[in-house]
Design a binder for this molecule. Structure first.
Ligand code: ADP
Ligand code: ADP
Length: 233
């Protein structure tokens, strides 16, 4: 697990090319996420949540500012070398690969673990997510809930210092979403890892987080415990 520190980070995108100039997606955000903390980022659509998370993941260049994971500045470090693993809203599973392969593939490419070690990690993560029986199946034959579990299992396999989750439950129905909330909380407790979790669902923010940061127009508008954010007058 690791502390993440985001220091005065901005992201500017080019506008539509018709002279509208730059779009400021993230505007001077400073956030310190403690070792082992579960931080949720909420805010309206277009407020910059995804962009901020993708910059921590290394999937998006940083326009200005500094991101540290542990004591390393990661601005110019490749995604696979940052000690992070990300779970996407659409799961981003490879449709032609079995669950087992989906979970093993990234780790095989980017680590020097032996096949046996990779398989052992896959089996442990599958057990943790309750998908041992799905290892031979391809994503197309799994339910949405099961695909979500595979995506989370694939992140666990990487043994990251920091988990990044971008609306991981928003494609599930309400009951399954509620169930998966408790599952993700359990994973966080078992691993003790730092989590940065993006959602637009207030229920998720209230029940899962140590702290909640509210983003608006690319800026942190408010940060505090769920109680401070949602229950204080
Ligand atoms: P959120 O995740 O809160 O919905 P995003 O981070 O997706 O917000 O988007 C923040 C802003 O940046 C929005 O105005 C969005 O249109 C813009 N944006 C996001 N990605 C791009 C991109 N690749 N090119 C141009 N503008 C983008
Ligand atoms: P699996 O089918 O492999 O058990 P699921 O993610 O589909 O994996 O379901 C795991 C558990 O989640 C179920 O045992 C049940 O308790 C709960 N669950 C699954 N689907 C739903 C649903 N649609 N609504 C509420 N709870 C659900």
């Amino acid at each position: 697990m690791s502390r993440v520190s985001i220091e005065n980070v901005s992201k500017l995108y080019d506008g539509s090319g018709d002279g509208e100039g730059k779009i400021v997606a993230v505007d001077g955000v400073t956030l310190d996420i403690e070792d082992g903390e579960f931080l949720t980022i909420v805010g309206p659509s277009g407020s910059g949540k995804s962009t901020l998370l993708r910059m921590v993941a290394g999937l998006e260049d940083i326009s200005s500012g500094t991101i540290r994971i542990g004591d390393r500045v990661v601005n110019d470090i490749q995604p696979q070398d940052r000690g992070v693993a990300m779970v996407f809203q659409n799961y981003a599973l490879y449709p032609h690969m079995s669950t087992r392969k989906n979970m093993a593939y990234g780790l095989k490419l980017t680590s020097d673990l032996s096949d046996d070690e990779v398989q052992q990690r896959v089996e442990e993560a599958a057990e943790m997510m309750g998908i041992e029986d799905q290892l031979g199946k391809k994503p197309g034959s799994l339910s949405g809930g099961q695909q979500q579990r595979v995506a989370t299992g694939r992140a666990i396999v990487r043994d990251p210092e920091v988990f990044l989750m971008d609306e991981p439950l928003s494609n599930l129905d309400a009951k399954l979403r509620a169930h998966m909330r408790t599952e993700i909380q359990r994973i966080h407790e078992e691993l003790g890892t730092t989590f940065i979790y993006v959602t637009h669902d207030q229920e998720e923010a209230m029940t899962m987080s140590d702290r909640v940061a509210i983003l608006n127009h690319g800026e942190v508008q408010q940060i505090g415990t769920p109680d401070e954010i949602y229950n204080e007058p």
